[in-house]
Design a protein around this ligand. Structure first.
Ligand SMILES: [Zn+2]
Length: 80
């Protein structure tokens, strides 16, 4: 009887790990997407180099803009 319970427990564990695997893969894919979103760069129209991203709190939302470190060109603030 004990042996039967043990094999049932093992089967349950295996079923759980099979179910957890696609979930983990999904989390990884989601993480990649977030990194890609964060990696969006905006080029300065004057210098054609990527500008630095700045953020500020605006009420209860966050705004972002891009600033060129070379010529000082700034985009307008956009809601994130
Ligand atoms: Zn520039």
């Amino acid at each position: 009887m004990k042996r039967r319970i043990l094999s049932l427990t093992l089967a349950l564990l295996m079923a759980l790990s099979v179910m957890a695997f696609p979930a983990a893969a999904y989390e990884d894919a989601k993480g990649d997407t977030q990194i890609e979103t964060r990696g969006i760069t905006v080029e300065c129209p004057n210098c054609l180099i990527s500008m630095s991203r700045e953020t500020r709190p605006y009420g209860n939302i966050i705004q972002e803009r891009f600033v060129c470190r070379q010529c000082g060109h700034k985009t307008s603030w956009n809601n994130v």
